[in-house]
Write a protein that binds this ligand. Structure first.
Ligand SMILES: NC(=O)c1ccc[n+]([C@@H]2O[C@H](COP(=O)([O-])OP(=O)(O)OC[C@H]3O[C@@H](n4cnc5c(N)ncnc54)[C@H](OP(=O)(O)O)[C@@H]3O)[C@@H](O)[C@H]2O)c1
Length: 267
């Protein structure tokens, strides 16, 4: 994992402490690097404790500290325990990035309700489990910053992504609704929709991923977006621009173009 030691865009960040779920590897780990090198402490969560310990030792020279907080986001009791630790110590994070998620690509021929629900339980259910205590606390103190990791895959249906796309579309709608509900409060909620980023998650994809980015670049865009007042943090720009155009097309055009571009399905 490269570091963001010399990244000037992250040198004056407004947070003291952050909580990142899915910080053990991939985008979450890159984000933890960026924040720690900018002097922000990070509560780092994932199920694999060894990956969190590695992150901590990789960042032992950074001005910010990594506090490994291993947990499964699908277990609401573990999440509530962490939140009550913060209640007791009065050391709540001021930025929470609900990034943990998984991907399980499969075609319609392999569809099962169980497989689909498992993915949705992590990406949606797990995010909701984390959101509940955070939103409750931030609403009570009328202050706090939340970012939810969705994906451009939630914009419209894509081949082999029925489960993943549905989970991310649900998160996009959830974020839109909460953003409206939080208007007039000091609780800021943003949604992150990256294109393809090279991580163990996308290593599962068997097709050539357009505009593939490195996690360090993605983390830099995310930090820049979190420092802005944009609701949606999305990148890389040109790729997302085309996806947003595709979003506006009628179904017969959309299905035809996607089938042609991916060589799958019927036009
Ligand atoms: N890579 C991309 O191109 C891309 C694009 C758009 C959006 N995203 C989204 O970005 C997020 C991070 O993706 P990534 O590519 O960095 O994936 P990744 O490399 O597979 O990392 C996923 C992280 O989430 C954690 N995680 C998964 N299930 C968990 C659970 N039940 N409880 C706690 N932690 C859990 C993993 O740790 P453990 O397995 O140890 O728990 C790991 O630390 C995901 O939400 C993904 O959907 C990724």
């Amino acid at each position: 994992m490269g570091t963001m030691k010399n990244n000037s865009s992250s040198s004056k960040l407004p947070w003291k402490r952050t909580w990142i779920t899915g910080a053990g590897r991939g985008i979450g780990a890159a984000l933890a690097h960026g924040l720690c090198w900018a002097g922000v402490d990070v509560y780092a969560s994932a199920r694999s404790e060894d990956q969190l310990q590695r992150l901590k030792s990789d960042l032992s020279d950074a001005p910010g500290r990594i506090h490994p907080c291993p947990l499964d986001i699908c277990d609401i009791e573990q999440v509530e325990r962490l939140a009550s630790d913060w209640d007791n110590t009065n050391l709540w994070p001021d930025l929470v990035v609900l990034n943990a998620g998984t991907h399980d690509p499969f075609p319609a021929a392999d569809f099962t309700a169980f497989r689909t629900m498992q993915l949705i339980e992590t990406n949606v259910g797990g995010t909701l489990n984390c959101l509940e205590p955070v939103l409750r606390h931030f609403m009570q103190q009328n202050h706090g910053h939340i970012a939810v990791m969705a994906s451009v895959a939630g914009y419209r249906g894509l081949p082999t992504a029925a489960a993943y796309g549905a989970s991310k579309a649900a998160l996009i709608n959830l974020c839109e609704a909460l953003h409206l509900d939080l208007k007039g409060t000091n609780v800021k909620l943003q949604m992150i929709c990256p294109g393809f980023v090279r991580t163990p998650l996308t290593d599962k994809n068997e097709f050539k991923m357009p505009a593939l980015m490195e996690p360090e670049d993605a983390a830099e865009r995310i930090l820049e977006g979190l420092s802005s007042n944009r609701f949606e943090i999305t990148f890389p720009k040109r790729f997302v621009y085309w996806l947003k155009l595709l979003r506006l097309l009628p179904y017969n055009w959309y299905f035809g173009l996607v089938a042609k571009a991916t060589g799958t399905g019927k036009g």
